[in-house]
Design a binder for this molecule. Sequence first.
Ligand SMILES: *Cc1c(COP(=O)(O)O)cnc(C)c1O
Length: 361
Amino acid sequence: MSRLFDVRPNPHPKSEAERAAILADPGFGLHFSDHMAVAIWNPEEGWHDRQVRPYGPFQLDPAAAVLHYAQEIFEGLKAYRHANDSIWLFRPDKNADRFTKSAERLALPVLPHEDFLASIETLVVTDQAWVPGGGESNLYIRPFMFASETFLGVRPAKTVTYACIAGPAGAYFSHGVQPVDIWVSSQYVRAAPGGTGAAKTGGNYASSLIAQQEAYDKGCDQVLFLDGAEKRWVEELGGMNIYLVTSDGELITPSLEGTILEGVTRDSVLTLASEHGLQPVERRISIDELLDGIRSGKITEMFACGTAAVINPVGSLVTEQGRVVVNDGASGRYTDELRRALLDVQYGRVEDTHGWMHKVC
Ligand SMILES: *Cc1c(COP(=O)(O)O)cnc(C)c1O
């Protein structure tokens, strides 16, 4: 194991009984392990004070820049326990690359890849008892970085905090792998050319919450955003990329265009397509083509994908004009196959032919 991060063991970890109760029904994003990784940056010293220390609150000055100007980025990945009790990460190098790109876009300092990986590995090894086993449960890992400098002036912060927390997770959607209903937002956009759509930053989520609220009001689970310039091109959901399957065997996902977040799951599905007899296609697709295609039967399946939910079928799209149902509201054959294929690799049930899995311990 890397020794970049010093481990300061938690003197008061949760008891085995408390942990067992949490692992039995973890939900998502509710419970966290006994430790967290932290490192600090300033221009004089660069990255320093790398520690894995007891999980707990930060002390932040009320004038900390992040609270006012949202200079912040994050990542999301999972640790999986395999049948032989070994613990693995899925393509963490892709998260490290994206964390670098997000940092550059938000004018934050770049955390070296080896620090990113060492923080995660040290945390997971320290809290390995928190990695659930069985089913589709896992340890969700959340690295993030924010402007912790006490300063209300507008410029990139000169004190920055990196941290990584982790918590056990069961299935992402409360009702399991049921097809989700999607509200197509005609009023709000999440990204614009030249904006931060391709960076994983909290601000993108903050600006999408009102549309998410609108989706709930319309009886939907998630929002589909169109492009900011023409409100014509299909982009992605608030936190997941999308895919379509056509009757002639294409697997289409919107091309990135600098406004879509490049998901690790999206990239993995592109790679898996041909193994399932599908032709992967990245191109622009308009909302009219999407709705007409579903109505005519040219588009046979639609699904959303991301680390948290893996692959989730879309049951219907709802617009101001009404509802269009995909595949009779059921999950499709390819959606199920691709989901199974990804999970089989992640949980070590099939050979990892792409070299995607990274062993932690
Ligand atoms: C994280 C995220 C995704 C999915 O990315 P994965 O790497 O597959 O988890 C998609 N869209 C947005 C906006 C995201 O923040």
